[in-house]
Design a protein around this ligand. Structure first.
Ligand code: 13P
Length: 255
């Protein structure tokens, strides 16, 4: 049993238009019993273009709004970027920072990710800081070295009180979208290493991400180190997402 409040976040990635997002939110609201929100924080992270329609659709539901990235800058000549104040306009509470797809495709480096984390915290946004090793790093036995390095860089210079407010997502790159998650024991061991890498993280919520789905969520969430999930594919199906939320709820009541 954990003293940290569970969090289940859906990362929709580049799926859903503003119009289709409203339909999916309605399905999610119908599938999750409202009392679930007493025990679990549930966050939807749509693409930027669907933030407004999701904000409207979740109003009064207990669901929270998250974004998939944020600019490291406050404002200025940064074509195509979206700033923290812009996200706050929609009632955004959480921001995924440092997702492996942003690291790989948008070439985001640790220094920029650190600036994004600080930008979030300055504005009261809760960063969901994603770290994870590649298949090659995993095979070479470099998992702990890689993720603790990433996490130290992400939180460099951040005060302990802010570290405690943040959320970490351990997402092994090789598990994302593969259909096969890490084992619960292995994921818990890596998360324990993450927590000991930065003072304050022992109190922060740490999620697992990478092919979490209804079939494996209970076992992953039963690990005391794992406070929730960052869900990709399974978050696009209302029933699957709701089942994962239910597993998170049961994990806190099951000794
Ligand atoms: P999948 O759940 O589709 O593996 O994606 C995980 C992820 O990248 C969430 O951020």
């Amino acid at each position: 049993m954990t003293h940290r409040r569970p969090l289940i976040a859906g990362n929709w990635k580049m799926h859903q238009t503003a119009a289709s997002a409203g339909v999916l939110v309605a399905e999610i609201c119908a599938a999750i019993p409202p009392q679930s929100y007493d025990d679990v924080d549930v966050v939807l992270c749509p693409p930027y273009t669907a933030l407004a329609s999701v904000a409207q659709a979740i109003a009064g539901s207990g669901l929270h709004l998250g974004a998939q990235d944020v600019s490291a800058h406050e404002w200025g000549a940064y074509t195509a970027q979206i700033s923290a104040p812009m996200l706050l306009e929609f009632g955004t509470r959480y921001v995924i920072v440092g997702h492996s797809e942003c690291r790989a495709y948008a070439r985001q480096q640790d220094e920029e990710i650190n600036a994004k984390v600080r930008r979030c915290l300055k504005h009261g946004l809760i960063p969901i800081v994603a770290v994870g090793e590649t298949h090659e790093e995993h095979a070479a036995g470099k998992t702990h070295e890689r993720v603790t390095g990433q996490i130290r860089e992400a939180f460099a210079g951040v005060e302990i009180g802010d570290v405690e407010r943040a959320v970490v997502a351990y997402e092994p790159v090789w598990a994302i979208g593969s259909g096969t998650s890490d084992t619960p024991e292995e994921a818990a061991t890596v998360i324990a290493a993450i927590r000991s890498a930065v003072p304050g993280l022992e109190r922060a919520r740490c999620l697992y991400g990478g092919s979490m789905k209804p079939e494996n969520a209970a076992a992953l969430l039963a690990q005391p180190q794992i406070d929730g999930g960052l869900i990709g594919g399974a978050s696009l199906n209302a029933q699957s997402f709701a089942q994962i939320v239910d597993h998170a709820r049961k994990a806190i009541t099951t000794p």
